[in-house]
Design a protein around this ligand. Structure first.
Ligand code: CA
Length: 378
């Protein structure tokens, strides 16, 4: 089976209401969806995390290397593309584009062998995962002390066991908001916070100490991702477990994160850090370093399906009768085509998501939805 065609679909849809986080915002949702067609007609799907048009441009540049090659040799093709662009492409878009290609090749491989990706990776260790709700973005009008608290209460009512609150704006205001959420939700609901690297070390330590008694599960991206010394300082300076990794790439990038003990919970994005093959390697490294792994997910149902396939094989570290189980990031912010690109949506039931068991990623793509939102295809 050889690769006959590689497409990078750029999808876009406007939001009914723009939203923002600590350092940026958006009025649209975009995606770069990778479609790889084999010469027997089998199709594999992947998704790149990050700026869609830029990812698509790089996927198109990779196309010449991929056409005519063995469609099942995902590792060999990954090594060849990474090696070819290593000098300028160790991190960032070169790797997120490669991630979408790798996910599509794993989907193809699963379809070829008639097995879900998690079977090809030796699993599953679990058939379902608990999901936590990501949301609480800020909007133009209203008081976050009201609408964020209500939003999180809504997630609890839908059966989610935990939710993540966006912070990184102002330490005092962020502490007041998280306190208000905790007061409303009670002591047992899981709460995490995400600063989207809006703080410096001084702010991050002040927030972490101020929130020490609020039962926060993790403190995500407290500081800028390039500065691992700052991560280490935040870990040492305040009591909340530190999470990060959605802006880190490949086993080589994560080697630094692990050897410098920068995080308690690592969050590679499967569509950015290198794809399914690479993220499996990063997950094995995380296990060896005793770091918890919770994939970052902020895309369409394709990205969600890729994360679920990986979640199915994440090892228990340590194994015990009641082990800590990884959880799924379930983005609840507005996304007009998150689920419509799938013929069958990947929904939660009472905060639990089943891992797809069909071949490859275990999903089917709705080409009508792709056509509706497509702004370019080569
Ligand atoms: Ca985040």
């Amino acid at each position: 089976m050889h690769i006959a065609e590689v497409h990078a679909h750029v999808l876009e849809a406007p939001l009914t209401q723009p939203f923002h986080w600590s350092f940026n915002g958006t009025s649209v949702r975009q995606a770069c969806i990778v479609e790889i067609v084999a010469d027997d007609g089998t199709v594999g799907w992947g998704e790149c995390f990050g700026p869609a048009a830029l990812n698509a441009a790089i996927v198109r540049a990779y196309r010449g290397t991929l056409i005519g090659r063995d469609a099942l040799a995902s590792e060999a093709l990954w090594e060849e593309l990474y090696g070819a662009y290593r000098d300028q492409g160790q991190k960032g878009l070169a790797i997120s584009a490669l991630s979408g290609v790798d996910i599509a090749l794993w989907d193809l491989k699963g379809k070829h062998y008639g097995a879900p990706v998690h079977r090809l990776m030796g699993g599953p260790l679990r058939a379902s995962v608990r999901a936590y709700a990501t949301g609480t973005y800020r909007v133009e009008h209203g008081d976050p002390l009201e609408y964020v608290v209500d939003e999180v209460a809504g997630y609890a009512a839908q059966g989610f066991h935990a939710a993540k609150v966006k912070i990184g704006f102002d330490v005092d205001a962020d502490l007041a908001l998280v306190r208000a959420v905790r007061r409303k939700l009670g002591p047992r609901f899981g709460l995490m916070v995400d600063a989207n690297h809006g703080y410096d070390v001084v702010d991050a330590i002040a927030f972490g100490r101020g929130a020490a008694d609020l039962g926060i599960g993790w403190f995500e991206e407290p500081v800028i991702p390039e500065d691992l010394d700052a991560y280490v300082a935040v870990r040492r300076g305040q009591p909340i477990p530190v999470a990060g990794g959605e802006c880190e790439y490949t086993r080589l990038g994560f080697r630094e994160v692990f050897t410098r003990a920068a995080v308690d919970i690592v969050q590679p994005d499967t569509g950015a850090a290198g794809g399914l093959g690479e993220c499996r390697k990063i997950a094995d490294m995380a296990a060896a370093f005793g770091v918890r792994y919770v994939p970052h997910v902020w895309g369409t149902g394709i990205a969600l399906a890729a994360a679920l396939q990986l979640l199915a094989v994440l090892p228990h570290t340590p194994r015990r009768r009641t082990p800590w189980e990884p959880i799924l990031e379930f983005d609840r912010s507005e996304h007009p085509f998150r689920q419509t690109v799938l013929t069958t949506p990947l929904e939660h039931e009472g905060g639990v998501v089943q891992i797809p068991t069909g071949p490859g990623l275990g999903i089917e793509i709705d080409r009508g939805a792709l056509a509706t939102h497509r702004v370019s295809t080569p």
